[in-house]
Design a protein around this ligand. Sequence first.
Ligand code: ADP
Ligand code: MG
Length: 293
Amino acid sequence: AIPLVIAISTERAASAGILVKSRLALERMRTIDVVLFDKTGTLTKGQPTVTDVVATSTDLTQDDVLALSAAAEADSEHPLAKAVVRKASNRAQLQQASDFQSITGHGVQATVDGHVIAVGGPAMLRAQNLTPTTDLTTATQVWEERGATVLHVIRDGQIVGALALEDDIRVDSAQAVDGLRQRGIRVAMITGDSKAVANAVAHKLGIEEVFAEVLPKDKDGAVVELQNRGLKVAMVGDGVNDAPALARAEVGIAIGAGADVAIESAGVVLASNDPRSVISLISLSKASYRKMT
Ligand code: ADP
Ligand code: MG
C-alpha cells in the first residue's frame, strides 16, 4: 500500500498541476543539487516568430528569401519551421518542394524550383563549410545578442540570406530560477541553439551554467557530466530530444505540453507548464519524506 503521506502529497501535487508518475522521483527531489532546464519550450514558450529577414543575394528580395525558406521548411515539424511557414504564408503562395530532408540539430534541405535550398543553424554552416560575410555577421550578431535564433538560408551551397526568430521567455521562468537559487540549488540550461542565443537567454534569467549547441543525441551527456561532478540532477524538458536526458537524470520532469516521449521518460509531469512547479515539487518532497525517515 502507498503510505498515507505520499498519497496525500501526490494528490496535493496533482491539484497544483504536478503529476507524480514515480514515487522514487518524488522521494529523490529533496536531494537534488542542480536543476538542468532545457531552453526551447521549457524556459521559453517554444513558439518562435520570425522578426527579421535579410537577403544577401542581389537577385532575391526579403520576401523571396522568406518564400524559399518556407517552401523548404514546409514538411518539417520543428517549431522554427512552423514559424517560418506561418510568416510566409500570408505573403506569398508556397512553392512546391521535393526531396525534403530533415537533418537533426542542423536544419532542413529541399529542392525548390530546381535549386537546393537549405535552412539551418550554426551546425549546418559548419557542416557545409560556409562562413557568412562580415556584413551579414554584423547583422546576425545583433539579433543573437537580443536572444533571437538565427537561421541561414543556403541556395546551391551559397548563403543567400538569414532569418531571426524570437521565442519569448515564459513569464514564470525568472521566478523559478530565483526561487531555486534561494534554496541553494544550482540552475543550468541546455539547448541545441547557438552559444550566443543561449548566453543571452541565460543572462536574462540569471543562469550561470550553460550547455549550448548540444546535438539531440548528446543531451543526456550533459546530465552525466553534472553527475560525474557528484551532483544529483533534476532535468526539466519538453522535447523528443530531451527524453534520454530525462531518463538519465535522478529526476526527470516533463512539461505537460511537451512531446509524448518526453512525458513517458519523465517521473513527473508539469501539467501546468509552469517551471515554478519545480520548487513546489522540492517542498512537497521534503514535506513527505521528512515525516517518514
Ligand atoms: P532545442 O530544442 O534544444 O533548441 P533542436 O535540436 O531542436 O534544439 O534544434 C537545434 C538547432 O538546430 C536549432 O536552433 C536550429 O539552429 C537547428 N534546426 C533544427 N531544426 C531546424 C529546422 N527545421 N529548420 C532550421 N533549423 C533547424
Ligand atoms: Mg525544448
